[in-house]
Ligand binder design. Structure first.
Ligand code: NAD
Length: 352
């Protein structure tokens, strides 16, 4: 066994169907007397349902969470938090809502209970990205790691089919990179392989049976494993490219991950034999990069960056920005090979 470092993160996880019924008990456990419930506008009704469940322990519902955690939204939420006498937050939703809960915890150190409804994985990470004056800054601090995560499969049944696929691919990307990041270790590799297997298998089935609780349960369990990989592990070229593309061209988060992942993996494949063996087992394919491409395409996802309105001359700009401040990557980065990776992703070609 080679030497390694593994960092476990303190979080309590409650998983299953109907687990939302443990919400009130969890607030009590954490000493929360009044919880502000957070959602996006489309999920406001789910927030009201949770507030009703909390009864006297609810401080109200703030339903204005938005993509990329804008600081002005956080300030508005903080005002409501303070005025209502809240001493904790309950976030129900995807990465945007969870981001708002983290932003409030960053400023108040309050306890957070999170009920994830997408597969993005923010709930298991000590990472927060915030946007102010068009600039996104990211920081890592245990202050923002949610204390309790209630995974209730029932909340994922409403995830639209296309978002199920792109959000699932977003989760898989976290686990793929954990297999070959600088921080890779045997414990996370176990979780990564099983997370990819559970999620990719479920995504293939969910197209036929989107309401099947067993399939949705596998997907959410896979998403949790992949989220642990993001929170405790590291990332490499794929995440770097997605951060550059999202930040420079305002491309949508999960959709960009979906398109870039097969190409970033194909790029790194020659340098990561152990990770490729794990991915062959997880995907059941001798060509994992192509298998992930097929999985997303068959689920109806856009497979070309040009379909997300990325300009063609953005390819050269993205290469430049990536090389200015690169992340660790198992295969050295060169402008020409990076350019052809991004060209393939822009055109939507299937990796060979
Ligand atoms: P999102 O949270 O923006 O959700 C997209 C839309 O789908 C929202 O309107 C949301 O309300 C809706 N939605 C979510 N779940 C639903 C469901 N079950 N049924 C119906 N509608 C539902 O998107 P996301 O992909 O979950 O999160 C993306 C954001 O999270 C990005 O800003 C990204 O940077 C951030 N993120 C952060 C981390 C981290 O560690 N800090 C990790 C992953 C993602």
């Amino acid at each position: 066994m080679d030497a390694f470092i593994y960092t476990g993160l303190p979080a309590r996880v409650i998983f299953g169907s109907g687990t939302t019924n443990q919400l009130a008990a969890e607030t009590e456990r954490l000493g929360i007397t009044k919880a502000l419930v957070l959602t996006t506008p489309p999920q406001a009704q789910q927030g009201e349902t949770l507030a009703a469940l909390l009864g006297d322990r609810a401080a109200g519902v703030f339903s204005q969470a938005a993509m990329h955690t804008p600081v002005d939204v956080t300030e508005a939420a903080l005002q409501v938090y303070e005025d209502s006498g809240a001493d904790g937050v309950v976030a129900i939703g995807g990465g945007s809502t969870i981001g708002l809960g983290k932003a409030i915890a960053l400023r108040t150190d309050c306890p957070q209970i999170v009920l994830p409804t997408s597969y993005a994985g923010s709930e298991m990470t000590p990472i927060i990205g915030q946007t102010e004056d068009g600039r996104k800054t990211t920081q890592r601090t245990l202050k923002v790691l949610p204390e309790t995560v209630i995974y209730d499969v029932d909340h994922t049944l409403t995830l639209p089919p296309l978002m199920t696929v792109t959000s699932g691919m977003n989760a898989i990307a976290h686990a793929v990179e954990a297999l070959y990041a600088e921080e890779a270790n045997p414990v996370l590799s176990l979780m990564a392989e099983d997370g990819i297997a559970k999620m990719s298998n479920a995504l293939a089935r969910v197209r036929q049976t989107p309401d099947d609780l067993g399939t949705r349960s596998d997907a959410l369990y896979g998403a949790w494993l992949c989220a642990v990989c993001l929170g405790s592990g590291g990332v490499a070229l794929h995440h770097k490219l997605c951060h550059v593309l999202g930040g420079s061209f305002d491309l949508p988060h999960a959709e960009t991950h979906t398109i870039v992942l097969p190409h970033a993996l194909a790029y790194n494949a020659p340098a990561i034999p152990d990770a490729m063996a794990a991915l062959e087992r997880a995907t059941g394919s001798k060509t994992p990069a192509a298998a992930l491409y097929d999985l997303a395409r068959d689920g109806g996802a856009e497979m070309a960056l040009k379909q997300l309105s990325m300009p063609e001359d953005g390819i050269d700009r993205a290469v430049e920005i990536t090389l200015e401040n690169p992340y660790f990557n198992p295969r050295p980065l060169e402008a020409d090979t990076l350019r052809s990776l991004l060209r393939n992703a822009w055109e939507g070609r299937r990796p060979s």
